[in-house]
Design a binder for this molecule. Structure first.
Ligand code: PLP
Length: 383
């Protein structure tokens, strides 16, 4: 049976991870080597130098491609190194990119502070519907860049419709799939051209490694592969090993993340101290129907606002115990974050406030602890 015919968890555990050919080691070894001995100049076993390729990285890249239903995967030292490689290798000065305004702060920062001076004109739509994107597209638009669910407002964007819109206009659709993970949603199957990940999050899953990935067709990834070798930004073999180790349990972890988040989101909507809950699994969420169509479950992230606004949020953030106040997301442990001063602090105050990322917004990454303990922790902090 070919790997693509097997189920998701089987691929997560086995794709690219055959027993080691020289020793039979069941688990992919950490090939801690920078270079490879050649029999004669140019006569080697497929590896010359570890920036160009490393067997532990190959295993991770093969596995990521299998999980996202892509022809090829490339691993990077961080999610932003992956973003950088995509933008630098596929776009050129004078091109335009249209992105949803609700976006990870670091992605906004690299677009504005690195690529705008280089000549890329990024435009942002506050309206996550098709029309919002349509209005900003010009003949110079080469890429539409989205997250779905978005960070931190958890908007849902219609991947199939946006892929069609991009292709009608001669552009690519790139989807940052970090919040959903390939277990919940596979954008390439819905027509997207590229998937980008911060593997730091759900894929690694244990808050112990930074990494990134790009997945897509062999054709589209050829210039990105060239850039990966030319510019570096590659992960070390130990990082690849940790990410692969995390991926093996992605499906079971995601099921629990989603189940816990679903329970807490519904409970929070009924709490008298909570003003608003953002969670795509709630029937009154604007993107609920699209999420039902394109996602397996609704994810492990919740954002919320409290009665009492920014002051109440500030107090709440220092009162949780199981929910650690920390950046990042997607690990087994629950985290609470204040996007305005943490993950999205690099967005100028007036821009992020206009986008709804103000001091009253709180973001939860719901872990896989016992949900009653998580609820008790939130209840005590709200009190
Ligand atoms: C949606 C999203 N994309 C990309 C990144 C960047 O990834 P990294 O921190 O691994 O560079 C993050 C980091 O928080 C993120 O949340």
């Amino acid at each position: 049976m070919s790997e693509h015919q097997t189920g998701f968890s089987t691929r997560a555990i086995h794709a690219g991870q055959d027993p080691d050919p020289t020793t039979g080691a069941t688990i992919v070894p950490i090939y801690a080597t920078s270079t490879y001995t050649q029999e004669a100049p140019g006569v080697h076993k497929g590896y010359e130098y570890s920036r160009s390729g490393n067997p532990t990285r190959t295993a991770l890249e093969t596995c990521l491609a299998a999980l996202e239903a892509g022809e090829r995967g490339l691993a990077f030292a961080s999610g932003l190194a992956a973003t950088n490689a995509v933008l630098a290798s596929l776009l050129k000065p004078g091109d335009e990119l249209v992105a949803s305004a609700d976006l990870y702060g670091g992605t906004f920062r690299i677009l504005e502070k690195v690529f705008r001076p280089w000549g890329l004109n990024a435009k942002y739509t506050d309206d996550p519907s098709l029309e919002g994107f349509q209005k900003l597209i010009t003949p110079k638009t080469k890429m539409i860049w989205i997250e779905t669910p978005t960070n931190p407002l958890l908007q849902i964007l219609d991947i199939s419709a946006l892929a069609q819109l991009a292709h009608q206009n001669g552009a690519w659709l790139a989807v940052d799939n970090t919040f959903a993970s390939p277990y919940l949603q596979q954008p390439l199957k819905l027509g997207a051209d590229l998937v980008i990940h911060s593997t730091t999050k759900y894929l690694g899953g244990h808050s112990d490694v930074i990494g990134g990935a790009v997945i897509g067709s062999t054709d589209l990834l050829t210039p990105i592969k060239f850039y990966q070798n030319a510019a570096g930004g590659t992960p070390g073999p130990f990082d690849c090993y940790l990410t692969l180790r995390g991926i093996k349990t992605l499906a079971v972890r995601m099921d629990r993340h989603c189940e816990n988040a679903h329970t807490l989101a519904h409970w929070l909507t009924r709490h008298p101290k909570v003003e608003r809950v953002y969670y795509p699994g709630l029937p009154n969420h604007g993107g609920h129907e699209i999420a039902k169509r394109q996602m397996k479950h609704f994810g492990g992230m919740i954002s919320l606002r409290l009665q009492g606004g920014a002051d109440a949020a500030k107090k709440f953030l220092s009162q949780t115990h199981l929910f650690s106040l920390a950046e990042s997301l997607g690990g087994v442990e629950s985290l609470v974050c204040h996007p305005a001063t943490m993950t999205h602090a690099s967005i100028p105050l007036e821009v992020r406030t206009a986008r709804g990322v103000d001091d009253g917004l709180i973001r939860l990454s719901v872990g896989i602890e016992d949900v009653q303990d998580l609820q008790n922790d939130l209840e005590a902090a709200l009190r």
